[in-house]
Design a protein around this ligand. Structure first.
Ligand code: TYD
Length: 202
């Protein structure tokens, strides 16, 4: 059986990460791998309900983080872990680094608290590889039509989120920062090269 692989894509809203994640999915599938493509928030049935609350209700940042964490726990238990254990490639459009960047750096929830909760929630599951699609927030906002309240939070907020991503990127070599301010093909070339370089495709 092939080894399970867990890849996450991160970045501010409008960074184009979903397009690139779908290309990663295709790459692995053309190499004969079974892929589970998923997202946060809302990767499970319960998660879809949590997502509705998160995107449209105003709330305290700590409550917000804990709801994202609930969504995440369900996601890990019912989809991510079983998929990795059965040797699949799991690609998640956002995972725990989103909470560090958005609720931690963006909204000021204590990073120690987030780390403590994640320690319980993740149960040792960490991505093998995390792509951070980096983009100036003004560019990201241009590409968006402000679909929900988190995306409407604005330039200053997204600047803190972006800087949060760039700062956590320095903490582990599972992170790869990609300049997402270019055309899709140039971005993809870098993404594909990193996947090949890391020996994830055999
Ligand atoms: P979504 O519509 O999935 O946006 P995107 O296409 O940008 O991924 O909405 C997810 C929103 O939730 C997005 O603005 C980022 C935010 N979010 C957090 O604030 N914390 C988290 O832990 C996660 C997973 C997402």
């Amino acid at each position: 059986m092939s080894r399970g692989i867990f890849i996450t894509v991160e970045g501010i809203d409008g960074s184009g990460k979903t397009t690139q994640a779908l290309k990663i999915k295709k790459l692995f599938e053309t190499k004969g791998r079974k892929v589970t493509f998923t997202k946060e928030p809302g990767g499970t049935k319960l998660g879809a309900k949590i997502r509705e609350i998160l995107l449209y209700e105003d709330m305290n940042p700590v409550s917000e983080f804990l709801l994202f964490a609930s969504d995440r726990k369900e996601h890990i238990q019912s989809l991510i872990l079983p998929s990795i254990e059965s040797g699949r490639v799991v690609i998640s459009d956002r995972f725990h680094d989103s909470s560090v960047a958005y609720q931690g750096f963006g909204r000021g929830v204590s990073l120690e608290f987030i780390e403590y909760v994640h320690d319980k929630v993740l149960g040792g599951i960490l991505p093998d590889l995390t792509f951070i699609f980096d983009l100036p927030p003004s560019k990201g906002l241009e590409r968006l039509h402000s679909r929900d309240r988190i995306e409407r939070a604005g330039l200053e907020f997204l600047t803190r989120v972006r800087n949060g991503y760039l700062s956590i990127a320095k903490t582990s070599d599972r992170f790869i920062v990609i300049d997402a301010g270019r055309d899709k093909e140039s971005v993809w070339k870098d993404v594909e090269e990193e996947i090949l370089k890391r020996g994830l495709i055999v």
